[in-house]
Design a protein around this ligand. Sequence first.
Ligand code: NDP
Length: 461
Amino acid sequence: MSSDAEYDVDLFVIGAGSGGVRAARMAAAAGARVAIAEDRYLGGTCVNVGCVPKKLYSYAAHFHDSFDDAAGFGWHLDSPATFDWPTLRDNKTSEIKRLNGIYQRMLEGAGVTLFNARARVANAHTVTLTTADGEVNVSAEKILLATGGWPWVPEFPGSDLALNSNQVFDLDTFPKRFLVLGGGYIAVEFASIFNGLGSETHLIYRGDLLLKGFDQEVREFTRDEMAKKGVNLHFSTNIARIEQLPEGSLKVELTTGEILEVDAVLSATGRKANITGLGIESLGIALNDEGKLSVNERYETQVPSILALGDLTAGPELTPVALAEAMQLVDIHFHKKAPRPLDYATIPTAVFCHPNIGTVGLSEEAARDEFPKIRVYRTDFRAMKHTLSGSQERMLMKLIVDDASDVVVGAHMVGEEAGELIQGIAIAVRAGLTKEDFDRTIGIHPTGAEEFVTMRTPSRY
Ligand code: NDP
Protein backbone atom coordinates (compact mmCIF):
# COMPACT_ATOMS: atom_id res chain seq x y z
CA MET A 1 0.00 0.00 0.00
CA SER A 2 1.59 3.26 -1.05
CA SER A 3 1.36 6.12 1.42
CA ASP A 4 0.72 9.57 0.05
CA ALA A 5 2.80 11.89 2.23
CA GLU A 6 0.50 14.68 1.15
CA TYR A 7 -1.83 13.51 3.94
CA ASP A 8 -1.28 12.80 7.64
CA VAL A 9 -2.97 9.40 7.27
CA ASP A 10 -4.26 7.19 4.49
CA LEU A 11 -7.55 6.45 6.24
CA PHE A 12 -9.33 8.33 9.00
CA VAL A 13 -12.26 6.43 10.49
CA ILE A 14 -14.93 8.31 12.43
CA GLY A 15 -16.68 5.98 14.85
CA ALA A 16 -15.18 2.92 16.58
CA GLY A 17 -18.18 0.63 16.35
CA SER A 18 -18.23 -2.79 14.70
CA GLY A 19 -17.77 -1.54 11.13
CA GLY A 20 -15.32 1.25 11.91
CA VAL A 21 -13.01 -0.88 14.03
CA ARG A 22 -12.99 -3.74 11.52
CA ALA A 23 -12.20 -1.38 8.63
CA ALA A 24 -9.46 0.40 10.63
CA ARG A 25 -7.77 -2.85 11.68
CA MET A 26 -7.96 -4.46 8.25
CA ALA A 27 -6.73 -1.34 6.45
CA ALA A 28 -3.82 -1.06 8.90
CA ALA A 29 -3.02 -4.73 8.32
CA ALA A 30 -2.90 -3.94 4.61
CA GLY A 31 -0.17 -1.37 5.35
CA ALA A 32 -2.26 1.80 5.48
CA ARG A 33 -1.61 4.56 8.01
CA VAL A 34 -4.89 4.62 9.89
CA ALA A 35 -6.43 6.79 12.61
CA ILE A 36 -9.81 6.39 14.29
CA ALA A 37 -11.82 8.78 16.45
CA GLU A 38 -14.41 7.81 19.04
CA ASP A 39 -15.79 10.06 21.76
CA ARG A 40 -18.10 7.57 23.45
CA TYR A 41 -17.28 3.89 23.88
CA LEU A 42 -15.15 1.48 21.89
CA GLY A 43 -17.19 -1.20 20.15
CA GLY A 44 -20.17 1.03 19.40
CA THR A 45 -23.80 0.11 19.83
CA CYS A 46 -23.34 -3.65 19.50
CA VAL A 47 -20.84 -4.02 22.30
CA ASN A 48 -22.13 -1.33 24.64
CA VAL A 49 -25.87 -0.87 24.24
CA GLY A 50 -26.94 -3.51 21.75
CA CYS A 51 -26.26 -7.11 20.82
CA VAL A 52 -23.86 -8.02 23.63
CA PRO A 53 -25.64 -6.70 26.75
CA LYS A 54 -28.98 -7.66 25.21
CA LYS A 55 -27.86 -11.28 24.79
CA LEU A 56 -26.51 -11.36 28.34
CA TYR A 57 -29.88 -10.11 29.61
CA SER A 58 -31.66 -12.64 27.42
CA TYR A 59 -29.61 -15.44 29.01
CA ALA A 60 -30.60 -14.07 32.42
CA ALA A 61 -34.26 -14.05 31.45
CA HIS A 62 -34.14 -17.65 30.18
CA PHE A 63 -33.26 -18.91 33.67
CA HIS A 64 -36.85 -18.22 34.62
CA ASP A 65 -38.02 -20.97 32.24
CA SER A 66 -35.14 -23.24 33.24
CA PHE A 67 -36.16 -23.09 36.91
CA ASP A 68 -39.76 -23.88 35.94
CA ASP A 69 -38.66 -26.70 33.62
CA ALA A 70 -36.36 -28.33 36.17
CA ALA A 71 -39.03 -29.78 38.44
CA GLY A 72 -40.24 -32.35 35.90
CA PHE A 73 -36.67 -33.68 35.75
CA GLY A 74 -36.55 -34.15 39.50
CA TRP A 75 -34.78 -30.95 40.48
CA HIS A 76 -36.25 -28.89 43.28
CA LEU A 77 -35.01 -25.54 44.50
CA ASP A 78 -35.19 -25.36 48.29
CA SER A 79 -36.70 -21.89 48.13
CA PRO A 80 -38.20 -19.90 45.27
CA ALA A 81 -35.58 -18.42 42.93
CA THR A 82 -35.14 -14.68 43.33
CA PHE A 83 -33.62 -12.25 40.88
CA ASP A 84 -31.21 -9.43 41.75
CA TRP A 85 -31.09 -6.75 39.05
CA PRO A 86 -27.95 -4.90 40.30
CA THR A 87 -25.94 -8.15 40.09
CA LEU A 88 -26.93 -8.70 36.47
CA ARG A 89 -26.53 -5.03 35.50
CA ASP A 90 -23.13 -4.63 37.17
CA ASN A 91 -21.74 -7.95 35.92
CA LYS A 92 -22.84 -6.91 32.44
CA THR A 93 -21.04 -3.57 32.85
CA SER A 94 -17.81 -5.32 33.95
CA GLU A 95 -17.96 -7.61 30.94
CA ILE A 96 -18.45 -4.67 28.61
CA LYS A 97 -15.51 -2.84 30.17
CA ARG A 98 -13.44 -5.95 29.45
CA LEU A 99 -14.58 -5.90 25.83
CA ASN A 100 -13.85 -2.16 25.53
CA GLY A 101 -10.29 -2.97 26.62
CA ILE A 102 -10.02 -5.73 24.03
CA TYR A 103 -11.14 -3.34 21.31
CA GLN A 104 -8.54 -0.80 22.43
CA ARG A 105 -5.77 -3.39 22.43
CA MET A 106 -6.86 -4.71 19.02
CA LEU A 107 -6.64 -1.23 17.53
CA GLU A 108 -3.29 -0.50 19.19
CA GLY A 109 -1.97 -3.90 18.18
CA ALA A 110 -2.90 -3.20 14.58
CA GLY A 111 -1.03 0.12 14.72
CA VAL A 112 -4.14 2.28 14.45
CA THR A 113 -3.91 5.74 16.10
CA LEU A 114 -6.87 6.16 18.42
CA PHE A 115 -8.26 9.59 19.27
CA ASN A 116 -10.72 9.77 22.16
CA ALA A 117 -12.32 12.80 20.64
CA ARG A 118 -15.35 14.06 18.78
CA ALA A 119 -14.61 14.27 15.07
CA ARG A 120 -16.28 16.11 12.24
CA VAL A 121 -15.52 16.31 8.55
CA ALA A 122 -14.08 19.73 7.66
CA ASN A 123 -13.58 19.05 3.95
CA ALA A 124 -13.05 16.17 1.56
CA HIS A 125 -9.65 15.36 3.09
CA THR A 126 -9.71 16.88 6.57
CA VAL A 127 -11.14 15.74 9.89
CA THR A 128 -11.39 18.21 12.77
CA LEU A 129 -11.05 16.72 16.25
CA THR A 130 -12.37 18.48 19.31
CA THR A 131 -10.12 17.65 22.22
CA ALA A 132 -9.67 19.05 25.73
CA ASP A 133 -6.85 21.21 24.31
CA GLY A 134 -8.91 22.64 21.48
CA GLU A 135 -9.39 21.70 17.84
CA VAL A 136 -6.91 19.67 15.82
CA ASN A 137 -7.04 19.00 12.09
CA VAL A 138 -5.90 15.70 10.62
CA SER A 139 -5.66 15.30 6.87
CA ALA A 140 -6.54 11.99 5.28
CA GLU A 141 -6.53 10.56 1.80
CA LYS A 142 -9.82 8.83 2.62
CA ILE A 143 -12.30 9.41 5.41
CA LEU A 144 -14.64 6.63 6.51
CA LEU A 145 -17.88 7.60 8.22
CA ALA A 146 -18.90 4.77 10.54
CA THR A 147 -20.97 6.53 13.16
CA GLY A 148 -23.86 4.07 13.07
CA GLY A 149 -27.35 4.83 14.28
CA TRP A 150 -29.05 6.39 17.26
CA PRO A 151 -32.40 5.40 18.81
CA TRP A 152 -35.32 7.56 17.79
CA VAL A 153 -38.35 8.30 19.98
CA PRO A 154 -41.56 9.78 18.50
CA GLU A 155 -42.98 12.92 20.05
CA PHE A 156 -46.14 12.66 22.14
CA PRO A 157 -47.09 14.27 25.45
CA GLY A 158 -44.65 12.90 28.02
CA SER A 159 -42.40 11.20 25.47
CA ASP A 160 -39.40 12.55 27.39
CA LEU A 161 -40.38 10.11 30.18
CA ALA A 162 -39.74 7.17 27.83
CA LEU A 163 -36.34 5.48 27.82
CA ASN A 164 -34.54 4.63 24.62
CA SER A 165 -32.61 1.42 24.08
CA ASN A 166 -29.33 3.10 25.09
CA GLN A 167 -30.76 3.84 28.53
CA VAL A 168 -32.67 0.69 29.34
CA PHE A 169 -29.62 -1.41 30.22
CA ASP A 170 -28.56 0.62 33.24
CA LEU A 171 -31.72 1.31 35.19
CA ASP A 172 -31.09 2.05 38.87
CA THR A 173 -34.03 -0.03 39.99
CA PHE A 174 -35.68 -3.02 38.40
CA PRO A 175 -39.03 -2.09 36.82
CA LYS A 176 -41.62 -4.42 38.31
CA ARG A 177 -44.03 -3.17 35.62
CA PHE A 178 -42.51 -2.58 32.19
CA LEU A 179 -43.97 -1.27 28.97
CA VAL A 180 -42.36 -1.27 25.55
CA LEU A 181 -43.57 0.69 22.55
CA GLY A 182 -42.91 -0.81 19.11
CA GLY A 183 -43.22 -4.10 17.29
CA GLY A 184 -39.71 -4.54 15.87
CA TYR A 185 -36.60 -6.39 16.97
CA ILE A 186 -35.86 -4.32 20.07
CA ALA A 187 -39.46 -4.23 21.28
CA VAL A 188 -40.01 -7.99 21.17
CA GLU A 189 -36.56 -8.74 22.60
CA PHE A 190 -36.97 -6.40 25.57
CA ALA A 191 -40.56 -7.46 26.19
CA SER A 192 -39.25 -11.04 26.44
CA ILE A 193 -36.29 -10.03 28.60
CA PHE A 194 -38.22 -8.07 31.21
CA ASN A 195 -41.06 -10.58 31.19
CA GLY A 196 -38.54 -13.36 31.82
CA LEU A 197 -36.81 -11.39 34.56
CA GLY A 198 -40.15 -11.07 36.32
CA SER A 199 -41.69 -7.75 35.27
CA GLU A 200 -45.36 -7.48 34.44
CA THR A 201 -44.78 -6.62 30.78
CA HIS A 202 -46.83 -4.82 28.15
CA LEU A 203 -45.97 -4.44 24.47
CA ILE A 204 -47.81 -1.67 22.64
CA TYR A 205 -47.73 -1.82 18.85
CA ARG A 206 -49.50 0.38 16.32
CA GLY A 207 -49.85 -2.42 13.74
CA ASP A 208 -51.95 -5.55 13.99
CA LEU A 209 -49.04 -8.00 14.27
CA LEU A 210 -45.45 -7.59 15.44
CA LEU A 211 -42.26 -7.98 13.36
CA LYS A 212 -43.43 -6.51 10.07
CA GLY A 213 -41.52 -7.97 7.14
CA PHE A 214 -40.95 -11.38 8.73
CA ASP A 215 -42.77 -14.51 7.53
CA GLN A 216 -46.46 -14.17 8.48
CA GLU A 217 -46.64 -17.58 10.14
CA VAL A 218 -43.48 -16.82 12.12
CA ARG A 219 -45.05 -13.56 13.29
CA GLU A 220 -48.28 -15.26 14.36
CA PHE A 221 -46.46 -18.13 16.07
CA THR A 222 -44.19 -15.69 17.93
CA ARG A 223 -47.18 -13.64 19.04
CA ASP A 224 -48.84 -16.74 20.46
CA GLU A 225 -45.69 -18.01 22.20
CA MET A 226 -44.94 -14.60 23.73
CA ALA A 227 -48.51 -14.32 24.96
CA LYS A 228 -48.27 -17.84 26.47
CA LYS A 229 -45.21 -16.71 28.41
CA GLY A 230 -47.20 -13.86 29.86
CA VAL A 231 -46.35 -10.79 27.77
CA ASN A 232 -49.44 -8.56 27.48
CA LEU A 233 -49.67 -7.70 23.79
CA HIS A 234 -51.67 -4.64 22.74
CA PHE A 235 -51.99 -4.34 18.95
CA SER A 236 -53.47 -1.56 16.81
CA THR A 237 -52.74 0.91 19.56
CA ASN A 238 -50.20 3.58 20.42
CA ILE A 239 -49.25 5.69 23.39
CA ALA A 240 -51.36 8.86 23.64
CA ARG A 241 -49.51 10.35 26.64
CA ILE A 242 -47.33 9.51 29.62
CA GLU A 243 -47.55 11.27 32.96
CA GLN A 244 -45.33 10.87 35.98
CA LEU A 245 -47.30 10.14 39.14
CA PRO A 246 -46.18 11.72 42.44
CA GLU A 247 -44.71 8.49 43.78
CA GLY A 248 -42.63 8.05 40.62
CA SER A 249 -44.53 5.52 38.56
CA LEU A 250 -45.74 6.31 35.06
CA LYS A 251 -49.33 6.57 33.96
CA VAL A 252 -49.56 5.59 30.29
CA GLU A 253 -52.68 6.44 28.36
CA LEU A 254 -53.13 4.41 25.19
CA THR A 255 -54.93 5.63 22.08
CA THR A 256 -57.67 3.11 22.91
CA GLY A 257 -58.31 5.03 26.13
CA GLU A 258 -56.87 2.23 28.27
CA ILE A 259 -54.65 3.40 31.14
CA LEU A 260 -51.65 1.39 32.34
CA GLU A 261 -49.50 2.19 35.34
CA VAL A 262 -45.88 1.05 34.97
CA ASP A 263 -42.40 1.72 36.34
CA ALA A 264 -40.56 2.15 33.03
CA VAL A 265 -41.45 2.78 29.39
CA LEU A 266 -39.07 1.83 26.60
CA SER A 267 -39.57 3.37 23.19
CA ALA A 268 -38.21 0.85 20.68
CA THR A 269 -39.37 2.75 17.66
CA GLY A 270 -36.43 2.48 15.31
CA ARG A 271 -33.08 4.13 14.83
CA LYS A 272 -31.83 6.98 12.69
CA ALA A 273 -28.46 7.52 11.04
CA ASN A 274 -26.14 9.19 13.54
CA ILE A 275 -25.04 12.23 11.54
CA THR A 276 -25.60 15.10 13.95
CA GLY A 277 -22.55 17.36 13.98
CA LEU A 278 -20.70 15.20 11.46
CA GLY A 279 -20.30 18.14 9.08
CA ILE A 280 -21.51 16.38 5.95
CA GLU A 281 -24.22 18.90 5.02
CA SER A 282 -21.72 21.53 3.90
CA LEU A 283 -20.01 18.97 1.65
CA GLY A 284 -23.18 18.35 -0.30
CA ILE A 285 -23.53 14.71 0.77
CA ALA A 286 -27.24 14.05 0.35
CA LEU A 287 -29.37 11.72 2.42
CA ASN A 288 -31.87 9.24 0.99
CA ASP A 289 -35.57 9.12 1.98
CA GLU A 290 -34.71 7.13 5.12
CA GLY A 291 -32.18 9.79 6.18
CA LYS A 292 -29.25 7.51 5.34
CA LEU A 293 -26.16 8.14 3.24
CA SER A 294 -26.14 6.82 -0.29
CA VAL A 295 -22.96 5.04 -1.35
CA ASN A 296 -21.87 3.31 -4.54
CA GLU A 297 -20.51 -0.24 -4.69
CA ARG A 298 -17.12 1.13 -3.56
CA TYR A 299 -18.77 2.57 -0.42
CA GLU A 300 -18.07 6.09 -1.72
CA THR A 301 -20.47 8.92 -0.98
CA GLN A 302 -21.00 11.74 -3.47
CA VAL A 303 -17.57 12.97 -2.32
CA PRO A 304 -15.40 10.05 -3.50
CA SER A 305 -12.75 10.44 -0.78
CA ILE A 306 -15.48 10.13 1.88
CA LEU A 307 -16.68 6.58 2.44
CA ALA A 308 -19.51 5.27 4.60
CA LEU A 309 -20.77 1.89 5.79
CA GLY A 310 -22.98 0.12 8.33
CA ASP A 311 -26.07 1.66 9.88
CA LEU A 312 -25.31 5.04 8.29
CA THR A 313 -26.10 3.55 4.91
CA ALA A 314 -29.03 1.61 3.47
CA GLY A 315 -29.27 -2.12 4.17
CA PRO A 316 -30.05 -4.15 7.28
CA GLU A 317 -28.90 -2.57 10.54
CA LEU A 318 -26.95 -5.62 11.67
CA THR A 319 -23.43 -5.94 13.07
CA PRO A 320 -22.36 -8.77 10.73
CA VAL A 321 -23.48 -6.67 7.76
CA ALA A 322 -21.30 -3.74 8.90
CA LEU A 323 -18.39 -6.17 9.40
CA ALA A 324 -18.84 -7.67 5.93
CA GLU A 325 -19.05 -4.20 4.41
CA ALA A 326 -15.85 -3.20 6.20
CA MET A 327 -14.01 -6.22 4.77
CA GLN A 328 -15.31 -5.38 1.29
CA LEU A 329 -14.36 -1.75 1.63
CA VAL A 330 -10.80 -2.60 2.64
CA ASP A 331 -10.52 -5.13 -0.19
CA ILE A 332 -11.60 -2.48 -2.68
CA HIS A 333 -9.62 0.49 -1.41
CA PHE A 334 -6.52 -1.07 0.15
CA HIS A 335 -6.11 -4.37 -1.72
CA LYS A 336 -7.33 -2.83 -5.00
CA LYS A 337 -9.79 -5.67 -5.59
CA ALA A 338 -12.86 -5.30 -7.78
CA PRO A 339 -16.11 -4.76 -5.83
CA ARG A 340 -17.98 -7.97 -5.02
CA PRO A 341 -21.35 -6.65 -3.82
CA LEU A 342 -22.71 -8.44 -0.76
CA ASP A 343 -25.67 -10.77 -1.22
CA TYR A 344 -28.22 -8.93 0.90
CA ALA A 345 -30.96 -11.45 -0.01
CA THR A 346 -29.61 -14.32 2.07
CA ILE A 347 -28.54 -12.53 5.23
CA PRO A 348 -29.61 -14.70 8.16
CA THR A 349 -30.96 -12.96 11.22
CA ALA A 350 -32.13 -13.89 14.68
CA VAL A 351 -34.52 -12.13 16.99
CA PHE A 352 -33.79 -12.95 20.61
CA CYS A 353 -37.34 -12.84 21.79
CA HIS A 354 -38.45 -15.86 23.81
CA PRO A 355 -38.55 -18.28 22.12
CA ASN A 356 -35.96 -17.06 19.61
CA ILE A 357 -36.58 -16.55 15.91
CA GLY A 358 -34.02 -17.53 13.28
CA THR A 359 -34.60 -16.80 9.64
CA VAL A 360 -32.80 -16.71 6.30
CA GLY A 361 -33.98 -15.96 2.79
CA LEU A 362 -37.51 -15.31 1.66
CA SER A 363 -40.69 -15.38 3.70
CA GLU A 364 -43.52 -17.51 2.32
CA GLU A 365 -45.27 -14.31 1.17
CA ALA A 366 -42.19 -12.90 -0.59
CA ALA A 367 -41.51 -16.26 -2.26
CA ARG A 368 -45.10 -16.41 -3.56
CA ASP A 369 -44.56 -13.00 -5.15
CA GLU A 370 -41.25 -14.03 -6.69
CA PHE A 371 -41.91 -17.55 -7.99
CA PRO A 372 -44.85 -18.97 -9.98
CA LYS A 373 -45.14 -21.97 -7.64
CA ILE A 374 -43.61 -22.74 -4.27
CA ARG A 375 -43.70 -25.64 -1.86
CA VAL A 376 -43.98 -24.95 1.86
CA TYR A 377 -42.76 -27.58 4.32
CA ARG A 378 -43.62 -26.75 7.90
CA THR A 379 -43.94 -28.43 11.22
CA ASP A 380 -44.62 -27.31 14.73
CA PHE A 381 -44.19 -29.45 17.78
CA ARG A 382 -43.39 -29.55 21.46
CA ALA A 383 -39.67 -30.20 21.88
CA MET A 384 -38.71 -33.48 23.58
CA LYS A 385 -37.42 -31.57 26.60
CA HIS A 386 -40.89 -30.31 27.30
CA THR A 387 -42.43 -33.79 27.54
CA LEU A 388 -40.99 -33.87 31.06
CA SER A 389 -40.72 -30.15 31.81
CA GLY A 390 -44.43 -29.68 31.29
CA SER A 391 -43.82 -26.44 29.40
CA GLN A 392 -46.33 -25.77 26.64
CA GLU A 393 -43.69 -23.98 24.52
CA ARG A 394 -43.76 -25.09 20.87
CA MET A 395 -41.25 -24.90 18.03
CA LEU A 396 -41.96 -23.91 14.44
CA MET A 397 -39.78 -24.91 11.48
CA LYS A 398 -40.42 -24.00 7.92
CA LEU A 399 -38.75 -24.39 4.53
CA ILE A 400 -39.82 -22.49 1.44
CA VAL A 401 -38.88 -24.13 -1.86
CA ASP A 402 -39.08 -22.81 -5.42
CA ASP A 403 -41.01 -25.64 -7.07
CA ALA A 404 -39.41 -25.30 -10.50
CA SER A 405 -35.76 -25.40 -9.41
CA ASP A 406 -36.25 -27.27 -6.08
CA VAL A 407 -33.98 -24.62 -4.48
CA VAL A 408 -34.65 -23.84 -0.81
CA VAL A 409 -35.21 -20.09 -0.88
CA GLY A 410 -36.19 -19.54 2.74
CA ALA A 411 -35.80 -21.23 6.14
CA HIS A 412 -37.52 -20.07 9.30
CA MET A 413 -37.62 -21.22 12.85
CA VAL A 414 -39.15 -20.13 16.13
CA GLY A 415 -37.78 -22.04 19.08
CA GLU A 416 -34.95 -22.51 21.51
CA GLU A 417 -31.56 -21.47 20.05
CA ALA A 418 -33.10 -20.71 16.64
CA GLY A 419 -30.23 -18.33 15.86
CA GLU A 420 -27.62 -21.03 16.51
CA LEU A 421 -29.45 -23.45 14.26
CA ILE A 422 -30.34 -21.15 11.38
CA GLN A 423 -26.70 -20.04 11.05
CA GLY A 424 -25.90 -23.52 9.71
CA ILE A 425 -28.98 -23.69 7.51
CA ALA A 426 -28.02 -20.25 6.13
CA ILE A 427 -24.92 -21.75 4.53
CA ALA A 428 -27.11 -24.17 2.61
CA VAL A 429 -29.57 -21.48 1.56
CA ARG A 430 -26.74 -19.11 0.61
CA ALA A 431 -25.18 -21.92 -1.46
CA GLY A 432 -28.48 -22.42 -3.30
CA LEU A 433 -28.94 -26.04 -2.24
CA THR A 434 -32.08 -27.89 -3.23
CA LYS A 435 -34.71 -29.60 -1.15
CA GLU A 436 -33.28 -32.86 -2.44
CA ASP A 437 -29.92 -31.89 -0.87
CA PHE A 438 -31.72 -31.31 2.42
CA ASP A 439 -33.51 -34.68 2.08
CA ARG A 440 -30.24 -36.50 1.40
CA THR A 441 -28.71 -35.06 4.58
CA ILE A 442 -28.85 -37.48 7.51
CA GLY A 443 -30.52 -36.07 10.60
CA ILE A 444 -28.96 -35.82 14.04
CA HIS A 445 -31.12 -37.68 16.49
CA PRO A 446 -32.66 -36.74 18.82
CA THR A 447 -32.69 -33.04 18.09
CA GLY A 448 -35.32 -30.56 17.01
CA ALA A 449 -33.03 -29.54 14.18
CA GLU A 450 -33.39 -32.89 12.41
CA GLU A 451 -36.85 -31.77 11.33
CA PHE A 452 -35.13 -29.53 8.79
CA VAL A 453 -33.95 -32.63 6.92
CA THR A 454 -36.91 -34.91 7.54
CA MET A 455 -39.89 -32.85 6.37
CA ARG A 456 -40.94 -34.85 3.31
CA THR A 457 -44.51 -33.82 2.46
CA PRO A 458 -45.34 -30.27 1.46
CA SER A 459 -47.82 -28.65 3.84
CA ARG A 460 -49.09 -26.45 1.03
CA TYR A 461 -48.21 -25.07 -2.39
P1 NDP B 1 -37.45 -1.62 14.01
O1 NDP B 1 -37.40 -0.78 12.79
O2 NDP B 1 -37.17 -3.07 13.90
O3 NDP B 1 -38.86 -1.44 14.69
C1 NDP B 1 -39.37 -0.18 14.99
C2 NDP B 1 -40.79 -0.35 15.49
O4 NDP B 1 -41.28 0.90 15.95
C3 NDP B 1 -41.73 -0.83 14.40
O5 NDP B 1 -42.58 -1.80 14.95
C4 NDP B 1 -42.48 0.43 14.02
O6 NDP B 1 -43.78 0.19 13.59
C5 NDP B 1 -42.53 1.15 15.36
N1 NDP B 1 -42.70 2.59 15.19
C6 NDP B 1 -42.02 3.42 14.35
N2 NDP B 1 -42.45 4.68 14.48
C7 NDP B 1 -43.43 4.66 15.42
C8 NDP B 1 -44.28 5.65 15.97
N3 NDP B 1 -44.21 6.94 15.58
N4 NDP B 1 -45.19 5.27 16.90
C9 NDP B 1 -45.27 3.98 17.28
N5 NDP B 1 -44.50 3.01 16.79
C10 NDP B 1 -43.59 3.33 15.87
O7 NDP B 1 -36.48 -0.89 15.02
P2 NDP B 1 -35.88 -1.31 16.44
O8 NDP B 1 -35.78 -0.03 17.16
O9 NDP B 1 -36.63 -2.42 17.04
O10 NDP B 1 -34.45 -1.84 16.05
C11 NDP B 1 -33.60 -1.10 15.17
C12 NDP B 1 -32.81 -2.02 14.30
O11 NDP B 1 -31.74 -2.56 15.04
C13 NDP B 1 -33.57 -3.22 13.76
O12 NDP B 1 -34.30 -2.94 12.61
C14 NDP B 1 -32.48 -4.22 13.52
O13 NDP B 1 -31.98 -4.03 12.22
C15 NDP B 1 -31.46 -3.86 14.56
N6 NDP B 1 -31.52 -4.82 15.68
C16 NDP B 1 -31.17 -6.10 15.44
C17 NDP B 1 -31.23 -7.04 16.44
C18 NDP B 1 -30.86 -8.45 16.17
O14 NDP B 1 -30.18 -8.72 15.19
N7 NDP B 1 -31.30 -9.40 16.98
C19 NDP B 1 -31.68 -6.70 17.79
C20 NDP B 1 -32.06 -5.33 17.92
C21 NDP B 1 -31.97 -4.45 16.90
P3 NDP B 1 -44.10 -0.32 12.08
O15 NDP B 1 -43.72 -1.76 12.06
O16 NDP B 1 -45.58 -0.09 11.96
O17 NDP B 1 -43.31 0.55 11.17
